[in-house]
Design a protein around this ligand. Sequence first.
Ligand SMILES: Nc1ncnc2c1ncn2[C@@H]1O[C@H](COP(=O)(O)OP(=O)(O)OP(=O)(O)O)[C@@H](O)[C@H]1O
Length: 542
Amino acid sequence: MTSWLYECLCEAELAQYYPHFTALGLQKIDELAKVTMKDYSKLGVQDMNDRKRLFQLIKIIKIMQEEDKAVSNPEYPLQTSSLQSKPREPRSGPRRQLHFDSPADNKDRTTSNYVFEMCNFSDFFASEQKSSYLKVLEHILPDDSQYQTKTRILNATTADSYGQTEINTSLLSSNHFSPILGDRDIPIIQRVSHVSGYNYGIPHSAVRQNTSEKDNPWTEMEKIRVCVRKRPLGMREIRRGEINIITVEDKETLLVHEKKEAVDLTQYILQHVFYFDEVFGEACTNRDVYMKTTHPLIQHIFNGGNATCFAYGQTGAGKTYTMIGTHQNPGLYALAAKDIFRQLEVSQPRRHLFVWISFYEIYCGQLYDLLNRRKRLFAREDSKHVVQIVGLQELQVDSVELLLEVILKGSKERSTGATGVNADSSRSHAIIQIQIKDSAKRTFGRISFIDLAGSERAADARDSDRQTKMEGAEINQSLLALKECIRALDQEHTHTPFRQSKLTQVLKDSFIGNAKTCMIANISPSHVATEHTLNTLRYADR
Ligand SMILES: Nc1ncnc2c1ncn2[C@@H]1O[C@H](COP(=O)(O)OP(=O)(O)OP(=O)(O)O)[C@@H](O)[C@H]1O
C-alpha cells in the first residue's frame, strides 16, 4: 500500500512530498481522501501548482472510492451522468496514465480512466487559458469533498457578507444547469439557498405554499409582497457574447449561477437559490406583472387604503420597461390608470371621486417637483403628524391619456434636468402619487409608485470623488431605511423608523395603518451584471 501511495504521488509529480505524508501518518492511498485543503500546508505543499495537482489527485481517489462503493452496493448508484454524459474527443499527444493498483484492481476501470481523462492536469490547466465563460464552466470538476463544500460556501458567505442568510448546500448534477447551457456537459455545482433572515413575516419553518394554491396574489392580511422580474438578454448583449445566468425555476424560485474561484484557483459555479412571493421570467408581459402586483393594490385604494409599489434594480435592469412600458406592452402606470378610471366609471357612488397626480424626485435628501420646473420642495409634519409636501404641484386628470402625458412630462424633466443637478436619473428616487379625492379634495385612497435609485448607486459610497460618495451614501441610507420601514410595516411594529431618510419620511403614510406595499426587483440576466444582480436580490430578499 505504502508504495502505491508513493507511485501515485510520483504520477502526480508530487513525489517530493512523500516524506511529509508519511511523517504525518499518511501511508495509504485511501487515506489521501481524508486530506482537506487545510492540511496542504501541514503536508508541506505550498506551491500553487502542486496544490492543484494534489487537489485533483484527491478528487480522483474519491471518485474511485465512490465507484467501489457503487459496485459493492448496487443500492448506492454511481452518479456518473454528471461526469461523462458526453464523450470527449480523442486528444492528440501523450496522455498521462495513472494506474491505481488497489485490491480491486481487476475491476473494469473504464469509468475511472475516463474520469481521470476529464481531470487530466494538462486539460485542467488548458481550461484556465480559456476566457469564455462557457468554456470555463465546461471544465469545472465535480466537487466530492465535504470539506471543499463547506470551505467554498464559507468563502462565499464571508466574502459576500450575507449576514443572516442561511446556508444549505448540496451537490447537484448537471441537469440544474441545462437551462443555461443547453446540452453542454456540466459537472456538479454547489448550491446556496438564501432563506431570508427576515422572511417577511413567514416563519422559516413554514412550509412554502404550493404555487398553484396561490391564485390570489394578495390575501386580506398580507401587507407586503416582494417580486422579482428578470428581463431577457438584449440583442446587443447576445452579440457581445453575454450569457444568461438566471433561471426561473418556478413561480417563486429563482437561481443565479455565479462563477467563482476557490482558494486553489479551481473555478466552480455557486448556484444561489432565492425564494420570493412571485418570480417573473422573461416571457412574462407587463400585464402578467401588473395582475400579480399592482392590480390588487388598486382594489385596496378603492377600499380607502394606502398602497405603494416600488421598482428597484440596477440601471438597465428593466424598471422603466416595467413601469412605463411600450405602446404595445403598456407598463404598470398605464395599466393602473386604466383600472382606476374604469372603476370610477362603472360605480355610481364613485362618480364623485377624482384623480389627482403629483410627481417629484428625491436627490441627495432634497425634494424637487418634476411637474413644476424642478422647484425645490420641503416636507413638513403637520399637527396631526401627517407629512405634507409644501408647494407640491398636484394636477387633476380625467383620462388615462392625460395621466400618462403628465407622467411622461415629469420623466422628461427628470432626465433632462439631471444634467444640472444629478449626473443621471438613476441617482435619484422618483415618486409618482395618484390620489383619489372627493369633491372637497379629501383624500380617499392613494397609490404611490417609486422608481428607486439604481441599486448599483448605493455602492458609489465607496467611490473616490466626494459628490459621488455623498450621493452613494445618501442612496445607501435611504434604501436601508426603506427596508427597515417595510419590515416594521410587515411585522406590525409600533415604531416605524421613517425619520431615518427623506425617502421614508415622505412615504410615512405608506408604512402605517392599512398600507400595502409591493416591491418589484428588476434584474438583468447577463453574467456581466452578476454582482449587481446578487445585490439586488439580497436587498429584496433580506
Ligand atoms: N421585460 C422586458 N422585455 C423586453 N425588453 C426589456 C424588458 N425589460 C427591459 N427591457 C429592455 O432592456 C433595456 C433596459 O431596460 P430599462 O430602460 O427599462 O432599464 P431601467 O432599469 O429603467 O434603466 P435606467 O435605470 O437606466 O432607466 C431597454 O432596452 C428595455 O426595452
